[in-house]
Design a protein around this ligand. Structure first.
Ligand code: FMN
Length: 287
């Protein structure tokens, strides 16, 4: 297969975002932030990627300000003075090295087990108290819980902008909280947040709308999504280009500028009858 790598080295612009090339680093959890505070090790880790030419860095998942957002040890928070000051050092280091950086804003939902930091007694929060179909864990969220989490994402995005991040990525993939609402397997609600795709999308749409409201029209909002779940690699949200379109359009209208399609296997066609993968279809349908 012959490959033309030229486009990778073309600059990219969106609103005020200017990337020197199209090489982007995917978000990868590191567990190197003791006390949930990104320290000098974290600063130098991201600085090195920028110094070596990566155009856009997406940080490891970093938790919004909700008691149940975290699921793992030594994951950096995105709230509180100490953590935000650490992130400010990360942003400045990446900018000095010519890179751009988005934080990946994260809530793990029912992946959280009791006993995990920062407050061990806090359970997992999720649409229906399910880690996976038939596997209960934690509590089903009330409407107040839903509103709290929406506010936490909006607060985090506002802080990201204030710290100088070049945009935000909202983690809607891999079977974590947002994806638990999207996936029928973990969303068995009978209120306006469950049932049809339109209803299952509502929580994510409301998060994007709240973020957009806080950051204004020009600030880039990226949404990561996936068919696959850590709970089930074969799971699917959509089965045809038409269903994908019905999934994406409400998110575009809510304010998503960039979709980050996570495929696990980028070389596999997404639907029969076309070579396009999930990212290719998403670009074709939304631009
Ligand atoms: C060590 C490790 C940590 C990861 N942490 C995250 C994370 O925090 N957020 C995320 O969205 N994906 C995370 N991923 C998934 C990768 O970003 C990526 O999705 C995966 O390697 C497959 O590539 P693709 O989804 O782009 O096809 C992680 C992967 C690895 C190997």
């Amino acid at each position: 297969m012959s490959m033309n790598l030229g486009p990778l080295f073309q600059p990219f612009e969106l609103h005020n975002l200017k990337l020197r090339n199209r090489v982007a680093m995917a978000p990868m959890t590191r567990n190197f932030s003791p006390g949930n505070v990104p320290n000098e090790d974290v600063v130098s880790y991201y600085r090195r990627r920028a110094e070596n030419g990566v155009g856009l860095l997406i940080t490891e998942g970093t938790t919004v300000n909700h008691a149940g957002a975290n699921g793992y040890p030594n994951v950096p928070a995105f709230h509180g003075d100490a953590a935000l000051s650490g992130w400010k050092d990360v942003v400045d280091a990446v900018h000095e090295a010519g890179g751009a950086i988005f934080p990946q804003l994260w809530h793990v939902g029912a992946v959280r087990q009791e006993g995990v930091e920062p407050v061990p007694s806090v359970p997992g929060f999720s649409p229906s108290g399910l880690f996976a179909p038939g596997k209960p864990n934690g509590k089903a969220m009330t409407k107040d819980d839903i509103d709290d989490v929406i506010t936490a994402f909006a607060d985090a995005a506002q802080d990201a902008k204030a710290l100088g991040f070049d945009g935000v990525e909202i983690h809607g993939a891999h079977g974590y909280l947002l994806d638990q609402f999207l996936w029928e397997g973990t969303n068995q609600r009978d209120d306006e947040y469950g049932g049809s795709m339109e209803n299952r999308l509502r929580f994510v749409v409301e998060i994007v709308e709240a973020v957009r409201h806080r950051v204004g029209p020009e600030y880039p909002i990226m949404l990561r999504f996936s068919q696959w779940k850590q709970q089930d690699y074969e799971a699917r949200l959509v089965n045809s280009p038409e269903e994908l379109d019905a999934f994406l359009q409400p998110l575009v209208e809510a304010g998503v500028d960039i979709f980050h399609a996570s495929t696990r296997r980028f070389w596999e066609p997404e639907f029969e009858g076309s070579d396009l993968n999930l990212a290719g279809w998403t670009q074709k349908l939304t631009g």
